[in-house]
Design a protein around this ligand. Structure first.
Ligand code: C5P
Length: 228
Protein backbone atom coordinates (compact mmCIF):
# COMPACT_ATOMS: atom_id res chain seq x y z
CA UNK A 1 0.00 0.00 0.00
CA UNK A 2 1.26 3.51 -0.82
CA UNK A 3 1.36 6.53 1.45
CA UNK A 4 -0.31 9.82 0.49
CA UNK A 5 -0.49 13.23 2.15
CA UNK A 6 -3.41 15.65 2.35
CA UNK A 7 -3.30 19.24 3.58
CA UNK A 8 -6.58 21.11 4.04
CA UNK A 9 -5.64 24.75 3.42
CA UNK A 10 -8.98 26.19 2.34
CA UNK A 11 -9.83 27.99 5.58
CA UNK A 12 -10.28 31.74 5.79
CA UNK A 13 -8.61 32.06 9.21
CA UNK A 14 -11.37 34.17 10.73
CA UNK A 15 -10.06 33.72 14.31
CA UNK A 16 -6.64 35.05 13.43
CA UNK A 17 -7.48 38.75 12.91
CA UNK A 18 -4.74 38.89 10.26
CA UNK A 19 -4.78 40.36 6.76
CA UNK A 20 -4.69 36.88 5.18
CA UNK A 21 -5.68 33.29 5.98
CA UNK A 22 -3.30 31.81 8.53
CA UNK A 23 -1.81 29.24 6.16
CA UNK A 24 -0.27 32.23 4.33
CA UNK A 25 1.34 33.81 7.38
CA UNK A 26 5.10 33.39 7.27
CA UNK A 27 7.94 32.03 9.37
CA UNK A 28 11.53 32.36 8.16
CA UNK A 29 10.33 33.71 4.80
CA UNK A 30 8.02 30.81 3.98
CA UNK A 31 4.28 30.40 4.44
CA UNK A 32 2.96 27.98 7.07
CA UNK A 33 1.47 25.95 4.21
CA UNK A 34 4.87 25.55 2.53
CA UNK A 35 6.57 24.54 5.78
CA UNK A 36 3.87 21.95 6.56
CA UNK A 37 3.98 20.60 3.00
CA UNK A 38 7.78 20.36 3.07
CA UNK A 39 7.69 18.20 6.19
CA UNK A 40 5.15 15.80 4.67
CA UNK A 41 7.20 15.58 1.47
CA UNK A 42 10.26 14.61 3.54
CA UNK A 43 8.45 11.60 5.01
CA UNK A 44 10.09 8.54 3.43
CA UNK A 45 7.78 6.92 0.89
CA UNK A 46 5.36 9.85 0.50
CA UNK A 47 3.90 9.18 -2.96
CA UNK A 48 1.68 12.24 -3.41
CA UNK A 49 0.52 15.37 -1.61
CA UNK A 50 -2.93 16.85 -2.28
CA UNK A 51 -3.58 20.39 -1.05
CA UNK A 52 -7.16 21.72 -0.80
CA UNK A 53 -7.44 25.45 -1.51
CA UNK A 54 -10.22 28.01 -1.25
CA UNK A 55 -12.02 28.36 -4.62
CA UNK A 56 -10.90 31.99 -4.99
CA UNK A 57 -7.32 31.25 -4.06
CA UNK A 58 -4.54 30.35 -6.41
CA UNK A 59 -1.57 31.98 -4.70
CA UNK A 60 -0.43 28.59 -3.35
CA UNK A 61 0.36 27.32 -6.83
CA UNK A 62 3.20 29.83 -7.26
CA UNK A 63 4.90 29.32 -3.89
CA UNK A 64 8.56 28.21 -4.15
CA UNK A 65 8.32 25.22 -1.78
CA UNK A 66 5.20 23.89 -3.52
CA UNK A 67 6.80 23.06 -6.86
CA UNK A 68 7.37 19.36 -6.10
CA UNK A 69 5.95 17.11 -8.85
CA UNK A 70 4.15 15.01 -6.22
CA UNK A 71 1.91 17.98 -5.29
CA UNK A 72 -1.54 18.49 -6.74
CA UNK A 73 -4.15 21.09 -5.81
CA UNK A 74 -7.91 20.69 -5.36
CA UNK A 75 -10.73 23.01 -4.40
CA UNK A 76 -11.78 22.70 -0.75
CA UNK A 77 -15.22 23.05 0.79
CA UNK A 78 -17.32 24.87 3.36
CA UNK A 79 -15.91 23.03 6.38
CA UNK A 80 -12.55 21.42 7.05
CA UNK A 81 -14.08 17.93 6.62
CA UNK A 82 -15.43 18.94 3.16
CA UNK A 83 -11.96 20.11 2.15
CA UNK A 84 -10.38 16.84 3.31
CA UNK A 85 -13.01 14.77 1.49
CA UNK A 86 -12.46 16.72 -1.74
CA UNK A 87 -8.72 16.07 -1.46
CA UNK A 88 -9.20 12.34 -0.78
CA UNK A 89 -11.40 12.01 -3.85
CA UNK A 90 -8.64 13.61 -5.96
CA UNK A 91 -5.99 11.06 -4.93
CA UNK A 92 -4.98 8.44 -7.47
CA UNK A 93 -4.64 5.44 -5.22
CA UNK A 94 -6.28 2.27 -3.98
CA UNK A 95 -8.68 1.68 -1.07
CA UNK A 96 -6.01 0.16 1.15
CA UNK A 97 -3.44 2.94 0.61
CA UNK A 98 -2.68 5.04 3.68
CA UNK A 99 -3.30 8.75 3.91
CA UNK A 100 -1.80 11.27 6.34
CA UNK A 101 -4.01 14.34 6.81
CA UNK A 102 -2.13 17.33 8.24
CA UNK A 103 -3.27 20.90 8.98
CA UNK A 104 -1.53 23.65 7.01
CA UNK A 105 -1.61 25.60 10.28
CA UNK A 106 0.73 23.15 12.10
CA UNK A 107 4.14 24.10 10.67
CA UNK A 108 6.09 22.80 13.67
CA UNK A 109 5.45 19.10 13.07
CA UNK A 110 8.75 17.29 13.77
CA UNK A 111 9.55 14.74 11.06
CA UNK A 112 10.29 12.22 13.85
CA UNK A 113 6.73 12.59 15.20
CA UNK A 114 5.25 11.91 11.75
CA UNK A 115 7.49 8.85 11.43
CA UNK A 116 6.46 7.63 14.90
CA UNK A 117 2.80 7.82 13.85
CA UNK A 118 3.46 5.90 10.64
CA UNK A 119 5.44 3.19 12.44
CA UNK A 120 2.74 2.65 15.08
CA UNK A 121 -0.09 2.64 12.57
CA UNK A 122 1.63 0.20 10.23
CA UNK A 123 2.64 -2.06 13.14
CA UNK A 124 -0.93 -2.20 14.49
CA UNK A 125 -2.57 -2.22 11.07
CA UNK A 126 -5.14 0.35 12.16
CA UNK A 127 -5.48 4.11 11.97
CA UNK A 128 -4.12 6.59 14.46
CA UNK A 129 -3.48 10.23 15.26
CA UNK A 130 -0.82 12.27 17.02
CA UNK A 131 -2.10 13.62 20.33
CA UNK A 132 -0.81 15.07 23.58
CA UNK A 133 -1.92 14.18 27.11
CA UNK A 134 -3.54 17.13 28.91
CA UNK A 135 -1.60 19.00 31.55
CA UNK A 136 -4.40 21.29 32.78
CA UNK A 137 -7.33 20.23 34.93
CA UNK A 138 -10.38 20.30 32.69
CA UNK A 139 -13.82 21.58 33.73
CA UNK A 140 -17.09 21.15 31.95
CA UNK A 141 -19.38 24.19 32.31
CA UNK A 142 -23.15 24.55 32.23
CA UNK A 143 -24.79 27.28 30.15
CA UNK A 144 -24.34 29.85 32.93
CA UNK A 145 -20.59 29.25 33.08
CA UNK A 146 -20.76 27.33 36.37
CA UNK A 147 -18.69 24.19 36.72
CA UNK A 148 -20.75 21.10 36.12
CA UNK A 149 -17.97 18.52 36.36
CA UNK A 150 -14.22 18.02 36.58
CA UNK A 151 -13.14 15.54 33.93
CA UNK A 152 -10.81 12.62 34.47
CA UNK A 153 -7.57 14.10 33.21
CA UNK A 154 -5.62 10.85 32.87
CA UNK A 155 -7.81 9.83 30.01
CA UNK A 156 -7.94 13.13 28.11
CA UNK A 157 -5.81 13.96 25.10
CA UNK A 158 -5.54 16.91 22.70
CA UNK A 159 -5.83 15.75 19.11
CA UNK A 160 -3.14 16.95 16.71
CA UNK A 161 -2.41 16.10 13.10
CA UNK A 162 -1.22 14.17 11.09
CA UNK A 163 -4.11 11.72 11.33
CA UNK A 164 -3.45 8.52 9.40
CA UNK A 165 -6.09 6.18 7.98
CA UNK A 166 -6.77 3.86 5.05
CA UNK A 167 -7.86 5.93 2.04
CA UNK A 168 -11.02 3.88 1.45
CA UNK A 169 -12.15 3.78 5.08
CA UNK A 170 -11.55 7.48 5.69
CA UNK A 171 -13.35 8.50 2.50
CA UNK A 172 -16.37 6.37 3.47
CA UNK A 173 -16.34 7.65 7.05
CA UNK A 174 -16.27 11.32 5.97
CA UNK A 175 -19.06 10.69 3.45
CA UNK A 176 -21.15 9.03 6.17
CA UNK A 177 -20.53 11.88 8.61
CA UNK A 178 -21.54 14.42 5.94
CA UNK A 179 -24.70 12.46 5.07
CA UNK A 180 -25.70 12.20 8.73
CA UNK A 181 -25.23 15.92 9.25
CA UNK A 182 -22.76 15.24 12.07
CA UNK A 183 -20.15 17.97 12.10
CA UNK A 184 -16.65 16.57 12.56
CA UNK A 185 -13.63 18.73 13.33
CA UNK A 186 -11.04 16.05 12.65
CA UNK A 187 -10.70 12.81 10.68
CA UNK A 188 -10.64 10.64 13.81
CA UNK A 189 -14.15 11.85 14.78
CA UNK A 190 -15.51 10.56 11.48
CA UNK A 191 -13.72 7.23 11.96
CA UNK A 192 -15.07 6.95 15.53
CA UNK A 193 -18.62 7.62 14.30
CA UNK A 194 -18.14 4.85 11.74
CA UNK A 195 -17.10 2.49 14.53
CA UNK A 196 -13.39 2.15 13.73
CA UNK A 197 -10.83 1.90 16.54
CA UNK A 198 -8.31 4.77 16.43
CA UNK A 199 -5.03 4.74 18.32
CA UNK A 200 -3.41 7.72 20.05
CA UNK A 201 0.30 8.24 19.37
CA UNK A 202 2.30 10.80 21.38
CA UNK A 203 2.69 14.02 19.37
CA UNK A 204 4.82 17.06 20.13
CA UNK A 205 4.24 20.50 21.73
CA UNK A 206 6.08 21.96 18.71
CA UNK A 207 3.19 20.73 16.58
CA UNK A 208 0.78 23.38 17.84
CA UNK A 209 -1.97 24.73 15.60
CA UNK A 210 -1.58 28.40 14.76
CA UNK A 211 -5.03 29.75 15.63
CA UNK A 212 -4.56 33.00 17.55
CA UNK A 213 -2.08 35.79 16.67
CA UNK A 214 0.31 34.89 19.55
CA UNK A 215 0.62 31.29 18.30
CA UNK A 216 2.71 32.43 15.34
CA UNK A 217 5.58 33.64 17.56
CA UNK A 218 5.54 30.37 19.49
CA UNK A 219 5.56 28.28 16.31
CA UNK A 220 8.48 30.38 15.02
CA UNK A 221 10.33 29.79 18.29
CA UNK A 222 9.90 26.03 17.99
CA UNK A 223 11.17 26.16 14.41
CA UNK A 224 14.15 28.29 15.46
CA UNK A 225 13.20 30.88 12.86
CA UNK A 226 11.76 34.39 12.73
CA UNK A 227 8.13 35.36 12.23
CA UNK A 228 7.51 36.87 8.79
O1 C5P B 1 -9.98 26.51 11.35
P1 C5P B 1 -9.11 25.39 11.77
O2 C5P B 1 -7.98 25.86 12.67
O3 C5P B 1 -9.79 24.19 12.30
O4 C5P B 1 -8.39 24.92 10.42
C1 C5P B 1 -7.55 23.77 10.36
C2 C5P B 1 -7.09 23.56 8.93
O5 C5P B 1 -8.20 23.26 8.09
C3 C5P B 1 -6.41 24.80 8.32
O6 C5P B 1 -5.25 24.34 7.63
C4 C5P B 1 -7.47 25.37 7.38
O7 C5P B 1 -6.94 26.04 6.26
C5 C5P B 1 -8.20 24.11 6.95
N1 C5P B 1 -9.60 24.36 6.50
C6 C5P B 1 -9.99 23.93 5.21
N2 C5P B 1 -11.28 24.17 4.76
C7 C5P B 1 -12.17 24.80 5.55
C8 C5P B 1 -11.81 25.22 6.86
C9 C5P B 1 -10.50 24.97 7.32
O8 C5P B 1 -9.18 23.37 4.49
N3 C5P B 1 -13.39 25.04 5.05
Amino acid sequence: ASLHGVIPAAGTGSRMAADRPKQYLQIGGHTLLEISAQTLLRVPGMASLTIALHPQDDRARGLPLLQDPRIRFTVGGEERADSVLAALLAITGTEDDWVLVHDAARPGLPLAAAQRLIERVLAAGRGGILALPLVDTIKRADREGLIEATLERDRLWRAQTPQMFRLGELTAALQQAAASGQGVTDEASAMELAGHPVQLVPGSPANLKVTLPEDLALAAWYLGAKEG
